[in-house]
Design a protein around this ligand. Structure first.
Ligand code: 9D3
Length: 255
C-alpha cells in the first residue's frame, strides 16, 4: 500500500517509527511519503493560513498550497490515489469497520488540517472522505492520521504474523476481550483464576467467552446489543445475570 500524508508537521510522523508501520515499510508492504504543505506555498513568507472571511477568532488553512501539494502527490505515483481522506472533527467516526475498508485500498492520501480548520474548498474540491477519530478536540489532524494509518497498516496481509486472522475473527463478534494472565500465579495476593491452570481447554474457552460477555455487558452495552450472539452466548449471559441477582441478594442480607 502507498500512503501519502499532506501536513504542516511531517516531523510528527516519526512516531510511526515506533509502530507496526516501521516493520511494514521494512517488509516492503507499505510506502509512506510525507509532504510538507508549506513547500507548496508561493509567497516570500510561505504563508499557509489566513484570517477567516466573515471575521472571528483563529486562522484558517489556505486551500491553494494544499491543492498544489495534492497535485504533486497525485503525479508522484502511477497508482491512482482514489481516496483522499481529510482528517476533520466533522468526519465519519473511525472504527474497525472503516479500518478494514481502507486496508483494501492500494493507495491512501491523507490531508491533515491544523489551526481552527481548513478552507471549505479543501473538503469540497479535494477530499473524497472525511474521518474523525472521536468526539474530543485535538490541535490538528496529524495524531488522528497516525491512528488511522496504524490501524489500517496492521490489517494489510503479511504485516502481522499469523496471529491476525484469528484476532480479527474475535473482533468480528464485537465483544471486549477476556482478562489475560501470565506468571506469577499469585501477584500481590491476587491469584490467577483456577480454571486457567486446569488444562481443560473447553472449560477455559467457556470461561473466557463468559468473561468477554460479562465485561462487554458491564462496560459497553452498546456493543453487546449489536453483537451476533450464539445460543451458548445467551446461556452464558443468563448465568451472568443469575450471578448478579445472587450478588444483589447477598448485598441485601448484609455480611
Ligand atoms: C475551535 C473550533 N473547533 C471546533 C470544536 C474546530 C476545530 C478544528 C480543528 C477543532 C480542532 C481541530 C483540530 N482537529 C483535527 O483536525 C482533527 C480531529 C480532532 O480534533 N478530534 C478527533 N478527530 C480529529 S480528525 C482531525
Amino acid at each position: 500500500m502507498e500512503i501519502d500524508v499532506l501536513t504542516l508537521f511531517p516531523g510528527m510522523f516519526q512516531a510511526l517509527d515506533y509502530s507496526i508501520v516501521k516493520r511494514a515499510k521494512e517488509k516492503g508492504l507499505v510506502t509512506l511519503r510525507l509532504w510538507d504543505i508549506r513547500d507548496y506555498t508561493e509567497d516570500r513568507h510561505r504563508t499557509v493560513d489566513d484570517t477567516p472571511y466573515g471575521g472571528g477568532a483563529g486562522m484558517v488553512m489556505k486551500p491553494d498550497p494544499v491543492y498544489r501539494a495534492l497535485q504533486a502527490v497525485q503525479a508522484s505515483s502511477a497508482t491512482p490515489g482514489r481516496r483522499v481522506i481529510l482528517m476533520t472533527p466533522q468526519g465519519r467516526p473511525f472504527d474497525q469497520r472503516v479500518a478494514r475498508e481502507l486496508a483494501a485500498e492500494e493507495r491512501l492520501i491523507f490531508i491533515c488540517g491544523h489551526y481552527e480548520g481548513v478552507d471549505e474548498r479543501v473538503r469540497t474540491l479535494m477530499a473524497t472522505d472525511e474521518i474523525s477519530i472521536g468526539d474530543y478536540v485535538l490541535t490538528g489532524g496529524e495524531l488522528p492520521a497516525m491512528v488511522v494509518i496504524d490501524a489500517v497498516v496492521r490489517l494489510i496481509p503479511g504485516v502481522l504474523g499469523s496471529e491476525l486472522s484469528a484476532e480479527e475473527d474475535s473482533f468480528e463478534d464485537g465483544l471486549l476481550e477476556y482478562p489475560h494472565y501470565t506468571r506469577p500465579r499469585v501477584f500481590q495476593g491476587v491469584e490467577v483464576p483456577e480454571v486457567l491452570l486446569s488444562g481443560n481447554h473447553e472449560a477455559i474457552r467457556l470461561w473466557r467467552r463468559k468473561e468477554s460477555l460479562r465485561r462487554t455487558r458491564l462496560r459497553r452495552p452498546d456493543l453487546l446489543a449489536a453483537a451476533q450472539l450464539t445460543e451458548e452466548d445467551r446461556r452464558l449471559l443468563q448465568e451472568i445475570e443469575a450471578e448478579e441477582r445472587a450478588q444483589a441478594e447477598g448485598n441485601l442480607q448484609g455480611p
